[in-house]
Ligand binder design. Structure first.
Ligand code: HEC
Length: 144
């Protein structure tokens, strides 16, 4: 192997250990930081839910339902706490649990609206139920 190649591979390995928690291979323990849960799961899922408009095909409704399932899964992970330092302790706080449960309940409202194929209920669930717990939790815990 040329020297140039081995330097590139070393750099890639270093980058890899920074972006994912490769130390921890125990999937019963938190493997993602809160930031990774936000960017990897919650942001794409909520983009689908908040972007839903004039849904027509079954596939479009199903996509919104799957996005709500992803939010519930993320809530499940947030209840355990993230993998970064201190993130499991924070997850035991009543406020954290409260905001997280609100988010999960809102995602369940989204699913109910999807099951009823009711776009008005969907947009209400998205704006009035799903958005507020994001804001409240960030005000309390982001940049802490
Ligand atoms: C239970 C608390 C909690 C809830 C609920 C929550 N978040 Fe977060 N979120 C956080 C924390 C804490 C951070 C900061 C993570 C960090 O910087 O390490 C964060 C950061 C973020 C970020 C910035 C990520 C970055 O790269 O800095 C985005 C985007 C985000 N959240 C989206 C959302 C959305 C959308 C919702 C609602 C559907 C939501 N979050 C609900 C706790 C929460």
């Amino acid at each position: 192997m040329t020297r140039k190649f081995s330097i590139i591979i070393t750099l890639l390995l270093l980058l890899g250990t920074q972006s994912v928690n490769s130390q921890n291979n125990d999937s019963a323990q938190p493997m993602l930081t809160v930031k990774q849960i936000m960017n990897g799961i919650i942001t794409p899922a909520t983009a689908t839910i908040w972007g839903a408009y004039q849904l027509q095909s079954e596939a479009e409704w199903l996509e919104v339902q799957n996005a709500a399932l992803a939010v519930i899964g993320a809530g499940n992970l947030l209840a355990l706490g993230g993998a970064a330092e201190g993130e499991q302790g924070v997850a035991e706080e009543a406020e954290w649990i409260g905001f997280n449960n609100e988010m999960v309940a809102a995602a369940q409202e989204v699913i109910a609206a999807v099951e009823a194929r009711d776009e008005e209920a969907l947009s209400e669930a998205g704006n009035n139920s799903l958005y507020p717990p994001c804001e409240s939790c960030h005000q309390r815990y982001q940049n802490q």
